[in-house]
Design a protein around this ligand. Structure first.
Ligand code: ZN
Ligand code: ZN
Length: 296
């Protein structure tokens, strides 16, 4: 019987020949009929792949046999078998595009100078010990946080990861520079870079959630400090950590809780906004808030 899964992994490690790694990863994934997205750079590898669990396990096994990737942390979740449109394996300048390649120093020990990694249990111990002195800092795009986030988290105004530098340099978050700041993102990779940028800009006590929201959800489900749905970049669009979990987002038309983003009907806008299944089926509110008055 075929069981569809999705696997996420990343490794920050110096790669002298990213193109060779790209060719190898592409051939390997193709041979196993996998789909998804793999980025390779001189800083390492970042992959999200979907397919049959037996095929994914073969891919993982061979990937781990390459010494620089031996220590990779593989995160598994349930897929549908149709989670990605195709296979894309690319070489980029940065593993995650913060447009800050000069801030990031990668050795075979990983990214240098980042925030202290906290596993989910250690995060709870920190919060128990320090209480309100701990502040969560969302390392994702603001849209992702609309449907789920850590309790009382600071959510920077970012459309893409490239917006973080300007946000940090704006002074808006300077009052957090002496607080215990915990950055978090989907699987941890964005925080590896973001926490360096923050420390380089005077944030004195920076932690990063090890394994991201995915690992946290596996440990604490919906019973911890996480609220709502997790936005994911595949056809699933969102996932929850328990039965009956409600998204923090609400339908722009009727106000019910929904984790479902749709694209604005205006072809030149295509902004994503929240609209529930029922309103979508009924054809209500085709355009986003910004376009609605002009086009309807
Ligand atoms: Zn609705
Ligand atoms: Zn629009």
């Amino acid at each position: 019987m075929s069981v569809a899964k999705i696997v996420l992994f990343y490794v920050f490690t110096p790669l002298s020949d990213p193109e060779a790694v790209r060719l190898w990863q592409h051939a390997l994934a193709e041979r196993h009929g996998l789909t998804g997205r793999v980025i390779v750079s001189s800083q390492g590898i970042n992959a999200t792949l979907g397919g049959d669990v037996a095929d994914l396990k073969q891919h993982v096994k061979v990937t781990k046999s390459y010494a620089p990737f031996h220590g990779a942390d593989f995160k598994w979740s349930t897929g549908t078998g149709d989670d990605f449109p195709r296979l894309s394996v690319k070489v980029r300048d940065e593993l995650v595009t913060f447009n800050a390649p000069d801030d990031i120093v990668v050795t075979d020990q990983g990214v240098q100078g980042g925030g202290q990694h906290l596993k989910p249990g250690a995060l709870h111990r920190l919060v128990d010990a320090r209480g309100d002195d701990v502040v969560f800092f969302d390392g994702r795009n603001a849209m992702e946080a609309e449907i789920g986030r850590f309790r009382d988290a600071v959510v920077p105004q970012t459309d893409t990861t490239r917006d973080f530098l300007a946000e940090l340099d704006s002074g808006k978050y300077d009052h957090l520079k002496d607080r215990a700041v915990v950055t978090y993102c989907t699987g941890g990779i964005r925080c590896e870079v973001l926490s360096v940028l923050m420390k380089n800009r005077g944030f004195t006590e920076v932690y990063q959630l090890d394994g991201g929201i995915v690992r946290y959800g596996e440990s604490f489900g919906d019973a911890g400090l996480w609220d709502g749905s997790l936005y994911v970049f595949d056809n699933r669009m969102h996932m929850e950590f328990g039965e009956g979990v409600e998204s923090l987002g609400t339908c722009v038309e009727c106000g019910v809780s929904t984790p479902l983003f749709v694209n604005c009907a205006n072809e030149v806008c295509r902004a994503q906004f929240l609209r529930c299944e029922e309103c979508t089926a009924a054809g209500r509110h085709p355009s986003c808030g910004a376009c609605e008055p002009a086009t309807v």
